[in-house]
Design a protein around this ligand. Structure first.
Ligand code: ADP
Ligand code: ASP
Ligand code: MG
Length: 454
């Protein structure tokens, strides 16, 4: 059993659809295909949601343009393929129009309405993919992901309800696979306990693939994207980045958490829990070996990643002698406020953590109010080096520090206590340069000499 996930650029147009069909056709045995919305469609739909508040006609025109784009892709289908899929695409659009009208009528663009609206992207793309597979003679069965990926109902950032999802997979997906159908479904979307559409967070189709892979006890999860695999740095920003043949679950998760967009960070956990290998592959160059992520995976080197929108939170115990339980209380307050920590440190009466900017600081402040003060600093970035080379070769840590040079570093730490990772919180303006330097020092060619750091 294999799950194949195709990202937005891997389903962007008819040519991409043909490549997808060829890839799925080279695989044998039971297959489940999970697809993202066509490239940029989710962004457009979110824009349309906002636009609906101000200008209903413009929002509807935006939807019409999206329908036209999907019909254009469908027009490449031979026979009556296009005619057969068109009513489905238009039906999805009608649902989106109703949501636009609700936003315009109520003058409120709520999270449940946005979830409903953006779901059109994955519904359209998955219908198209099923049609292209069927046209190629592959027996495909489209399944509405909202019937299968069951969640806690938290809009725009839902967590899967794995038990309910497994049950839904048993009811809807397994019977289709037993009939030797290739199951096709949309990533990113699901539904909450009340049946309302929810989404798993931006980039969440990877996570959908992992959730379905785990529910189906897949042998492998393939993430088909627009680059040759997981690189030692984002190849868009670090031109001499190299493809990593393999990487461990833990390192891949850290890299993704620190901004390597190639994989949604939550993808790893469901796969790692069942030891299901994840392979990252290029849909434009399917003969490339890609990157294998598993328990044994060793980067054989190191990789770097960076993310913006980081807030530093400092919790300081009140009074001269902090109570011995300060760290435990402060950490408990973070957990109670559902604050996900990127990296942090504690020393006596002071806890400093780097968190995502979306954290509700006031809730956190209220939770520590009776024993500590809380200060924040926003608009920072975090840069991370990760890889087994870092754990094996202590010189690399020295080189990493040398690469930091005279920049202002707000926090240094080992995410998750991993000896294979080192993270720093820095000013936004330093990120690009630092990324290149850290890559050169730890993941690339020659080490950076102390005096070479300007
Ligand atoms: P998809 O639509 O297939 O999900 P994404 O755009 O979400 O694709 O992710 C692929 C992109 O991730 C690449 O184009 C690349 O620019 C970016 N990326 C960031 N860090 C890395 C990395 N370490 N290795 C590979 N790609 C990376
Ligand atoms: N289409 C969604 C997004 O753009 C999910 C994904 O691409 O993984 O965020
Ligand atoms: Mg993605």
């Amino acid at each position: 059993m294999r799950v194949l996930k195709f990202g937005g650029t891997s389903v962007a147009d008819a040519a991409a659809m043909e490549r997808l069909v060829a890839i799925v056709g080279t695989r044998t045995g039971p297959r489940t295909v999970v697809v993202s919305a066509l490239a940029s469609v989710t962004d457009r739909l979110l824009g349309i949601g906002e636009l609906a508040l101000r200008d209903r006609a413009a929002a509807r025109a935006g939807l019409d343009a999206l329908v036209a784009r999907h019909l254009e892709v469908a027009s490449a289908l031979g026979g009556n393929g296009a005619a057969a899929v068109e009513p489905m695409l238009r039906g999805i659009a009608r649902g989106a129009e109703r949501t636009v009208d609700t936003i315009a009528d109520t003058r409120a663009v709520t999270a449940p309405l946005l979830d409903k609206l953006v779901a059109a992207g994955e519904l359209w793309s998955s219908r198209l993919v099923a049609a292209f597979l069927a046209e190629a003679g592959l027996r495909a069965q489209w399944i509405d992901a909202r019937h299968v990926v069951r969640t806690d109902g938290h809009h725009r950032q839902a967590a899967p309800d794995l038990e309910a999802t497994e049950e839904a997979v048993r009811r809807h997906v397994r019977p289709a696979l037993a009939l030797e159908r290739i199951v096709v479904t949309g990533g990113f979307i699901g539904s909450g306990p009340d049946g309302a559409t929810t989404t798993l967070g931006r980039g969440g189709s990877d996570y959908s693939a992992a959730i379905l892979g785990a529910s189906l006890l897949a042998d492998e999860i393939e993430i088909w994207t627009d680059v040759d695999g997981v690189y030692s740095a984002d190849p868009r920003f670090v031109p001499d980045a190299r493809v990593l043949p393999a990487i461990s679950y833990e390192d891949a998760e850290i890299l993704a958490t620190f901004g390597a967009k190639v994989l949604h960070p939550k993808t790893i956990e469901p796969a790692a829990a069942l030891d299901i290998p994840v392979r990252v592959l290029n849909s434009r160059r399917p003969s490339q070996p890609g990157t294998r992520i598993d328990n044994a995976g060793s980067t054989g080197g190191a990789a770097v990643a960076a993310r913006g929108s980081v807030t530093l939170v400092q919790v300081t115990a009140r009074g001269r002698r902090p109570d011995r339980g300060f760290a435990a209380r402060a950490l408990q307050a973070l957990a109670d406020a559902h604050v996900g920590m990127l990296v942090g440190e504690v020393y006596k009466g002071k806890l400093t953590v780097a968190v995502d900017h979306s954290v509700d600081v006031e809730t956190l402040r209220a939770r520590v109010a009776d024993f500590a003060d809380l200060e924040t600093r926003e608009g920072l970035s975090a840069v991370c080096v990760v890889g087994d080379r870092l754990a094996r070769d202590p010189r690399l840590v020295t080189q990493a520090f040398a690469a930091l040079g005279p920049r202002h570093v707000h926090l240094v730490g080992r995410p998750g206590g991993a000896t294979s990772a080192l993270a720093v919180v820095v000013e936004d303006r330093d990120v690009q340069d630092l990324l290149a330097r850290l890559h050169e020092a730890c993941a690339g060619g020659t080490p950076v000499a102390h005096e070479a750091v300007a």
